[in-house]
Design a protein around this ligand. Sequence first.
Ligand SMILES: Cc1ncc(COP(=O)(O)O)c(C=O)c1O
Length: 483
Amino acid sequence: MAPTLSAHRLASMVGSPADDGPAYRWLADTIRVLVSDGRLVHDTRLPSERDLVSALGLSRTTVTRAYGLLRDQGYAQARHGSGTRVVVPGGPVAGGGEPMPSALGALSAPPAGAIDLTCAAPPAAPGLTTAYADSAPRLAGYTSGAGYFPLGVPELREAVAERFTARGVPTAADQIIVTTGALAALATVFRALVGRGDRVVIENPTYPNSLATLRHSGGRPVAVPVLGDVDGMSGLRSTLASAKAMLVVPDFHNPTGRLLDDAARARLAGEWRRAGVVGVVDETIAELWLDGTPDVLPMAAHSPDCVTVGTASKTLWGGLRVGWIRAPHKLIGAIATARLTLDLGGPVQEQLVTASMIREHGGLPEDAARSIREARDAVLGLRDLLPEWSVTVPRGGLLLCGDCPSPARRRWRERRRPGECAWCRARPSRSTATASRRSSARPTPCVPTSCATPCRGSLPPGTTCVVNGFNQAGTTFGALTNV
Ligand SMILES: Cc1ncc(COP(=O)(O)O)c(C=O)c1O
């Protein structure tokens, strides 16, 4: 179903007419900017001319001419019987979902007209294309140099350091290395700090690509169940004793959505210190607070010696391919050396855009948070179709984690090898496998919340909605039809 924009909402988005120039041109230009920077999505139905006339207090001629100009410029189209629709020139480009390692099995192609809920990545934050346009004059300042910034463009390193400081982790720009996303950041960190055969503790399940990256660097993953509260951490000490590092996703964990509280973070930091283990903290989803404001401190506030990786992929856009590493001074040199063995830096313009968005919005821009929240709530509406599922709603992140009905769970259990997590194919260490059998803990299946454009606001009636994130584990759990 095409999104519909009320006259009242459009009036609040365009503001008041500029003093100079004709009002129709101001209105058309303002709507064009809203389309260009993603605030008005393709196919949105604009309000009728009559409604907009009364909402804006402008003449009918002004509104008619503005809509006409938008049509001439290719930003709107009149449809017989359904008013005027927004057009993104060239139309929305399909695809762009995140590829999974082939070892986990290819995702089956969703049926025609399906909404794919298997890739938990939102569209670009509103305002991003405007930030691209605004960065162009600044880019000119860089073009007289060679353009290589292996550790990152200084402006972005400073902006990221300021953001860490604002979140309660005092950070200098020379503690930041810019990468092409969080996964590349993890690859760099593992390459720098983990040697062949080194044991690295991971939570089970975890994000499969991180695990693949760790394995590729020669590290040996040792799985523990996803961490919970302080009480559940008693078994961790013996596992850490022989480990070199531990990877955690403390905020809205992928795939379970778990958020570690401050007491658990402090305990974990203490265990790392005691064991001499390097904590590697994946903050990919840390800034995606959807309900309320953060009430936990970043892991680095508890563990100054840990290494943190972050990214603009989920807050701003995956297409930026901008991420970063924050490390203590004693480790940053080794990580910088490893960075240089992978590539010689990322694109300058993307870094300038990211820097200005971080400086303007901090973490997640409010408009982006709203559309992710709407997408999450639309997917939550599907609960009625799956009454036997119990779904936990986290306060943030991009994943909904559900306990699925037993026939599906049985199929899923049958497909994995003994002791193996069906999600990430990690084999737990002997002690944690025994512990998890005793506590009857089992990996929990999860449904990534699709934030794809069709999911903005509401799900189109009559579409097929495929919930087959579990294909990543070789099993399809369920398909919803005729929503
Ligand atoms: C936990 C986690 N880490 C890393 C990544 C990869 O992020 P990026 O796109 O910045 O490489 C993802 C992507 O979904 C993720 O969920």
